[in-house]
Every structure is written in structure tokens, then in C-alpha cells.
Ligand binder design. Structure first.
Ligand SMILES: O=C(O)C(=O)C[C@]1(C(=O)O)C=C[C@@H](O)C=C1
Length: 327
């Protein structure tokens, strides 16, 4: 009896895998058609339709929704992976921090690395001259460096992006440099750092007065690598990041302090009592607070940061009142 049932399972698994391989082949062909028509790789409206159909059929067939959701997410991720388009452009990534490393890893062999600090294997001007697309993945303070401005001359006629987390004055400065030097400037803000799986990540693309045709090329490049691309003007980006980044970091910084102080005042070692949910919050907080200079830079360069902090503090006070007051 058991043997028969297991034989039946083996037969069904084979059918499942056969159907999966057929589906993957169709996804690959869709990928080729999209590449010919330069259509975006990811189609979230279509994904929503597919998800709806899966959940409907799953409910009808008695398959748990969580299993269907989990399986579909793996299947879609594999579809996207099979449709990826490595960049055709030659790219220079400037910088040696976490962001530069993350970009170099997703760009693979299309990109070379250079920097203004230490002893770069490849000098910035040489890297710029031999590349079509230059991505400045350093801190914004690089704009104050005479060597940086000098080497930007070698970027004339190229496409240049930065990845600064606030656009404000750095964006204006690069926009005006793009006009004087003669390059196409398209700003970026990757909403990630460290190891990335593009499937999960968003690349914000911010056009400038000199973007021209380069805007479409830059959008296609990041879409082709599997990122979700969000296009925004510089000011809207900064207001949105004041909400999404400034308040988030403020609360995490405050949380770390509050835990310290409260455990001192109440005379406990809370670290032995960390709940499952606090554990995941602390993992995020510690990761972010390990880069205090990045946190400070985001708070000081976003011109909407003070408004966001004021609203953040007000909300904290109100929430404390609602929960019974603070004494
Ligand atoms: O329909 C498409 O455009 C596909 O590429 C196929 C598919 C899928 O696997 O169902 C994969 C990726 C898209 O984001 C949407 C759907």
C-alpha cells in the first residue's frame, strides 16, 4: 500500500517538474520577445493577474494559499532570472564602499572599479575614458575634491549617475557640471546596500535637465538586471526619503538608546529576554547603526529631514499618550 502510494507521488512529482520545465521554456521565450521589443522585463500588473489565478485555482483545488503563494514567488523569480539582460554598456563604478561593491557584484563583468582614495588599480580618468556609463558610488563629499572635478572632464560625452541618498544640492551641482562638461546626467538611488538580489530591490531613477535619451537607456539597464525601477523628480525623491529613511533611522537610533537607558533605570539585563520580534528589529537597527556616518549623512543632507524628525517626535509623544502616558 505504502509503496503504491509512493509510486503515485513519484509519478505526480515527475508531472509537476515536466510542467515547470515547460513553463520555464515559455518564460524564456517571452524574455526573448521582450528583449527584441525592448519591453520592461518585469510586468507587475501581469504578475498580479497570474497571482490571482493561482490563488483562485488553489482555493478550488484545496491547495493552501501559503503554499501556492510561496511556490509562485519562486516560479516568478526563476522566470525573471531566465529573462535577465546583462548590460551591453561598459561601465565604471567609482568607490570602494558597500554600495560600490554591491553595484559591481550585480553588474558583473560589464563593470570596472575605480576610486579617488587609496591606490586604485585603474585611474579614474582612464576608467571614464574607456567606459560609456559612469556610476559615482562614493560619499557626496567627493564633489568637493579638485581631483574628482578634474577627472570628470574625461566623462565628456558619457552617461553619468550618482547614488547619493539625498538629491538636493549635490544633484544641482552634478546637473550643472553635466552642462559645463557635457555629459548626460541621470541620478540614481539604489534602495539597498550590501548583498543584493535584484528581484527584491528598487532602483530609483531621477532625471536631470541633461538626461535626454540616456534616461531610457539607464532605466532599461536596471530593469534588464531585474530591479524594480521607480522614476521620480529630485524634490519628490527627497520628500519621500525624508519619510522612508529619515524617520526610520531616527526611530532605530532612539530605540537603541531607549533600550540602554530603560534597562539601566529598571536594573535588568534585557538581552537575555529578547523576543523573536525584537530580535529581528535589533538585527536591522544594528546593521544600520554600524554605519553612523551614512546615517548622519542622510539626516544632514536631506533638506526635509528636520520636518520629518519633528513629525517623528510628535508622533512618538502622541503614541505614548495614547498608550497610557509617560511619567
Ligand atoms: O508574462 C510575462 O511578461 C512574463 O515574463 C512571464 C511572467 C511569469 O512567469 O508568469 C514573468 C515575469 C513577469 O513579471 C510576469 C509574468
Amino acid at each position: 500500500m505504502l509503496d503504491e502510494l509512493r509510486t503515485e507521488i513519484d509519478r505526480l512529482d515527475e508531472q509537476l517538474l515536466l510542467l515547470l520545465s515547460k513553463r520555464m521554456e515559455v518564460a524564456r521565450r517571452i524574455g526573448e520577445a521582450k528583449a527584441r521589443g525592448e519591453a520592461p522585463l518585469r510586468d507587475e500588473a501581469r504578475e498580479a493577474v497570474v497571482r490571482g489565478k493561482w490563488l483562485e485555482s488553489a482555493a478550488r483545488l484545496g491547495v493552501p494559499a501559503s503554499l501556492a503563494e510561496g511556490l509562485l514567488s519562486l516560479v516568478l523569480r526563476e522566470s525573471i532570472r531566465s529573462q535577465l539582460r546583462p548590460p551591453r554598456e561598459s561601465i565604471a563604478v567609482v568607490g570602494s564602499g558597500r554600495m560600490a561593491a554591491a553595484l559591481l557584484s550585480v553588474l558583473g563583468s560589464s563593470a570596472v572599479s575605480t576610486d579617488f582614495f587609496g591606490e586604485p588599480g585603474l585611474k579614474p580618468c582612464d576608467a571614464f575614458s574607456s567606459s560609456e556609463y559612469i556610476i559615482i558610488a562614493t560619499r557626496p563629499s567627493v564633489l568637493g575634491s579638485a581631483a574628482f572635478r578634474e577627472s570628470l572632464r574625461c566623462a565628456s560625452g558619457k552617461v553619468v549617475s550618482d547614488v547619493f541618498s539625498a538629491k538636493g544640492s549635490a544633484f544641482k551641482e552634478l546637473e550643472s557640471l553635466s552642462q559645463s562638461v557635457g555629459f548626460n546626467y541621470v541620478s540614481l538611488h539604489p534602495l539597498f546596500s550590501g548583498a543584493v538580489d535584484p528581484w527584491e530591490e528598487v532602483m530609483v531613477v531621477v532625471p536631470s535637465a541633461t538626461s535626454g535619451d540616456a534616461l531610457g537607456r539607464v532605466v532599461r539597464l536596471w530593469e534588464g538586471l531585474g530591479f524594480r525601477v521607480v522614476t521620480s523628480d529630485a524634490d519628490y525623491h527627497d520628500r519621500a526619503m525624508a519619510v522612508a529613511q529619515v524617520i526610520h533611522h531616527l526611530y532605530l537610533a532612539a530605540l537603541m538608546r531607549a533600550l540602554e537607558r530603560a534597562s539601566r533605570e529598571l536594573g535588568v539585563d534585557y538581552t537575555r529576554f529578547v523576543t523573536h520580534s525584537l530580535k529581528s528589529t535589533l538585527a536591522v537597527a544594528e546593521r544600520i547603526m554600524r554605519q553612523p556616518e551614512v546615517v548622519r549623512e542622510i539626516q544632514s543632507t536631506n533638506r526635509y529631514a528636520a520636518i520629518a524628525r519633528r513629525l517623528g517626535v510628535e508622533a512618538m509623544k502622541e503614541a505614548a499618550e495614547e498608550l497610557g502616558g509617560a511619567s
